[in-house]
Design a protein. Structure first.
Length: 436
């Protein structure tokens, strides 16, 4: 395996060279549920974590393992866990640390599905999520108490697109024994949150990592850079005997393996018990996407910048939401963390409001109207009536969604064709305003 740190190389070579039996260069799809043990001692050692290996595909699979190794290498982490979706990854990331009566402090700038997970489903499970405005990093400290188990944020939050202060918040949490968990779905290749102090990174692999819009997947990366044992009262889930696994104290049980207590616990308890396993076929499909993600992100970034510049000149557009249009501290953070460009998402608000947004969406011919981002194709959606529709009006505004907001996920088509479609759709939306 190469020792390269370059994502263009890692995305093709990390975690795999060739099949030792057949010589296959492509990663095989191990479409199996179970695995033959060498003997009873081997089986016993696997179940007791004295050896690492395959037991049952709900817990691990050779195809999925390559995906986990590859994303860990790309993110500069120690190990990773693949799960069935990005939502499962977000839930597991919190549930691995927080139990009933505990709390997590989260940025308000979140994808609507994550907001609902945090505000309602986790609340029903007894875990409180406290939302704070990330424009002031100290808001995380003010919301912290003795039962705060983690901080949570999105690098490039969808749809607000104001880059999160990763290092600033990570530095607040570390002396307290509180890890920062960062969802990096919208910014692969562009930044590595672990390099800036994040302890855990999560992904919806469905988006840019896959890029083809065919397969759903989630990923959790353990940075291996957080001392879970330094504050045992702060992190009881990893420092007290776990009755679900022979009374294992995770920070001690995994020492012979490495600094991966967090991810091993997630695999052997949450994945084992809740069963949000990634299918081997979907793992194979996400691997195909990762092979070209570095190249695709270059085009996503270039095209999105051109779209932002174009929209800023259109009279129908009241505001463009894109890091290149930001100023002050928000822009400084974008420049500090997004070294590979400002990403592939662009938001804008139409001056004529909600009905103009509907007219714009319905007039598109090239761009797809779908609830996804990160596809190689260009996509558009009206969040207030779709992805964020379950949120209250106040919650929508907190996440950056207004009635007239339209979100674009700019693909890798020729920029002239993208701009031509946006132009004719804006013309249609503009007629609504003139008619009024």
């Amino acid at each position: 395996m190469t020792n390269s740190r370059h994502p263009e190389t890692l995305s093709l070579h990390a975690g795999w060279r060739a099949d030792p039996t057949t010589g296959s260069v492509a990663v095989p799809i191990h479409q199996t549920t179970s695995y033959q043990f060498r003997d009873t001692e081997h089986a016993s050692n696997l179940f007791a974590l004295k050896e690492l290996g395959n037991i049952y595909t709900r817990i691990g699979n050779p195809t999925v393992d390559v995906l986990e190794q590859r994303i860990a290498a790309l993110e500069g982490g120690a190990a990773a866990l693949a799960v069935s979706s990005g939502q499962a990854a977000s839930a597991f990331a919190i549930q691995n640390l927080a139990k009933a009566g505990d709390n997590v402090v989260s940025s308000t700038d979140l994808y609507g599905g994550t907001w609902n997970l945090f505000a309602h489903t986790l609340k029903d499970q007894g875990v409180e999520v406290r939302f704070v405005d990330p424009s002031d990093p100290q808001a995380f400290a003010r919301a912290t108490d003795d039962r705060t188990r983690a901080y949570y944020a999105e690098t490039l939050p969808n749809p607000k697109l104001a880059v999160f202060p990763i290092k600033e918040v990570a530095d607040i949490g570390r002396p307290l024994g509180i890890p920062l968990i960062v969802d990096n779905t919208a910014a692969p290749i562009l930044t590595r949150p672990i390099d800036h102090g994040a302890a855990v990174v999560v992904y919806s692999g469905t988006k840019y990592l896959g890029g083809h819009g065919t397969s759903i997947a989630g990923l959790i990366v353990d940075g291996g850079n957080f001392d879970w044992g330094a504050h045992p009262k702060r992190q009881p889930a990893l420092n007290t005997p776990d009755p679900s696994y022979h009374g294992a104290v995770w920070v001690e049980a995994v020492k012979p393996i490495g600094p991966v207590a967090y991810i091993i616990k997630a695999r052997t308890t949450l994945l084992r018990d809740l069963g949000s396993a990634l299918s081997p076929f979907n793992a194979f499909m996400i691997l195909q996407g990762i092979e070209t993600v570095a190249l695709r992100m270059e085009r996503h970034v270039k095209n999105a910048q051109a779209v932002a510049d174009f929209l800023a000149k259109r009279p129908e557009v009241a505001k463009v939401i894109h890091p290149s249009q930001q100023k002050g501290e928000t822009r400084r953070r974008a420049d500090a963390y997004l070294k590979g460009g400002y990403g592939g998402l662009v938001g804008f608000e139409l001056a004529a409001g909600r009905e103009a947004g509907r007219r714009f969406i319905d007039s598109l011919k090239l761009l797809y109207h779908v609830a996804n981002i990160g596809d190689s194709r260009s996509l558009a959606i009206h969040p207030a009536s779709t992805t964020h529709s379950q949120l209250t009006a106040e919650e929508q505004l907190a996440t950056g969604v207004s009635d007239g907001y339209v979100r674009l996920s700019i693909g890798i088509e020729h920029i002239d064709d993208i701009l031509a479609d946006l132009s004719q759709a804006l013309d249609a939306a503009g007629k609504l305003k003139s008619a009024a």
